[in-house]
Design a protein around this ligand. Structure first.
Ligand code: FO1
Length: 320
């Protein structure tokens, strides 16, 4: 445990980001870490408010994540889905029986007037999670993917069509009027803030929605605290999901240089895999510091080791 009063914000999407978030929760005290979840993937499904990235963080930090599926809850049963099938309802997006309870909890609480931040805080308490998890915003922001099949709501692109359609652009509807969640705002303005860590999540689908909130964008451009990227790409391949495929489709170099390009306006440092050390000189020539590590995170120990590395690296960085 790194015992001090410096604070860290980690921006995270789903599975890949949650692995580092878990590592960070092991190396930092609870009051030192704020996990900010992407909510661009959130949608209404079968009348329920579903927030996949918040839930992946909640399940991962409580040790209840479904390691086989990569999403949802462990020891899951599927009676509800089976009953939906029998009624010929939509079943392309699968909600397990236990997971269903969480969506019902959120839907009910939101309909009673709680904000998404408040509901998430309640969920953390009930799942006995001490680390603070907040949505990026309490306002609705919806990611749409422009593809060869037309403009698709995020979950249709991701789950229904398995990321197969070619991507030509991405839109975050609602972003112009969205404010960041109150705790996110507070943490960004806290003098004790040491660094902002961008977890190895999909840059287009998970991180950009957070960075595109107008107040976040403005703040990060001028903030005097280091912004550190943990690369979602190793040797030209994505750690998880469609990142590499999307980079190619959007004509961005599918390597760590391409990642740097995506974050060039805010990045002070980047953590890349040891296997990509050939890129260090080129990236540092742009004024962005590089740390090499094992970023694949196959075990809990790897997650903790990488988290320690990122925290130590942040202390060596000064703002450009
Ligand atoms: N991903 C799938 O590939 N298929 C599913 O049926 C599915 C259901 C699901 C239910 C709840 C939840 O929280 C996540 C779920 N996911 C599913 C994952 C989700 O689509 C993505 O992981 C995220 O939105 C991207 O981070």
């Amino acid at each position: 445990m790194i015992c001090n009063t410096e604070k860290y914000i980690a921006l995270s999407g789903g599975v890949g980001g949650a692995k580092l978030a878990l590592g960070l929760s092991h190396v930092l005290d609870t009051e030192q870490l704020l996990l900010v979840a992407n909510t661009g993937d959130d949608f209404q499904h079968l009348g329920l408010s579903v927030s996949p990235d918040i839930d992946t963080l909640v399940y991962t930090l409580s040790g209840l994540n479904n390691k086989k599926l990569g999403w949802g809850r462990q020891d899951e049963s599927w009676n509800f889905m089976q009953a939906c099938e029998e009624l010929e309802m939509d079943t392309w997006f699968r909600l397990g029986d236990k997971d269903l309870a969480l969506h019902l909890f959120r839907t009910q609480a939101l309909s009673q007037g709680l904000t998404l931040s408040e509901v998430t805080n309640e969920l953390c308490k009930r799942f006995n999670i001490k680390t603070q998890i907040v949505p990026m915003s309490d306002d609705p922001i919806k990611t749409f993917v422009n593809t060869s099949m037309g403009t698709l709501p995020f979950q249709e692109y991701f789950v229904k069509y398995q990321c197969l359609p070619e991507v030509t652009g991405i839109e975050y509807k609602g972003i112009d009027n969205a404010k960041m969640a109150p705790s996110f705002d507070q943490y960004l303005n806290d003098p004790a803030l040491q660094a902002i860590i961008i977890c190895p999540s999909n840059p287009f689908l998970s991180v950009q929605p957070i960075l595109s909130i107008p107040a976040v964008k403005n703040k990060l451009k001028k903030i005097m605290k280091p912004v550190i990227i943990v690369s979602p790409i190793v040797e030209g391949e994505a750690l998880k999901g469609p990142t590499a495929k999307m980079m190619k489709e959007l004509n961005i170099d599918c390597d760590v240089n391409g990642v740097v390009e995506l974050y060039a306006d805010i990045a002070d440092g980047i953590v890349i895999d040891n296997k990509d050390s050939v890129y260090v000189e080129k990236i540092e020539s742009r004024g962005i510091k590089v740390h090499t590590s094992n970023i694949v995170m196959q075990s809990l120990q790897h997650r903790i080791d990488l988290a320690k590395d990122v925290v130590e690296f942040s202390k060596m960085l000064c703002k450009r």
